[in-house]
Ligand binder design. Sequence first.
Ligand code: C2G
Length: 129
Amino acid sequence: PKTVITYGTFDLFHVGHLNILKRLKEKGDRLIVAVSTDEFNAVKGKKPIVPFEQRIEIVRAIKYVDMAIPEDNWEQKRTDVDKYDVDVFGIGEDWKGKFDDLEDKVEVYYLPRTDGISTTELKRVLSNF
Ligand code: C2G
């Protein structure tokens, strides 16, 4: 099956996350999502609200997702594409150009983000209560 992979924190899962997973699933038959662990988020300079175990459980429950795995370093993308026989890598265009090195192995897509929603924005709104 044509396999698509993507990576992310998916904190406070929202419709922006849902939209990109929906669109990525349409590019193949199987979608694998690598969810950033809490330790890797520290490397990324992010401090998620929702712990990793809960973030990956929510991602696994999304109907577009066939498999969810941990993302615990920057380098695993190259080995993941071999390990899971991946054909397509996709991610939001906020990462445009950053993963072009994968183009020797897989199709690389940068998709438009969903406007008006972000975890940062949700945290700001929630912090007013
Ligand atoms: N996203 C989106 N629209 C939004 C918010 C997020 O399309 N309004 C997309 C991002 O572009 C990304 C995915 O949802 O493709 C997950 O977003 P994050 O959890 O913020 O992912 P990030 O921390 O950028 O992790 O190795 C890659 C990194 O792990 C990516």
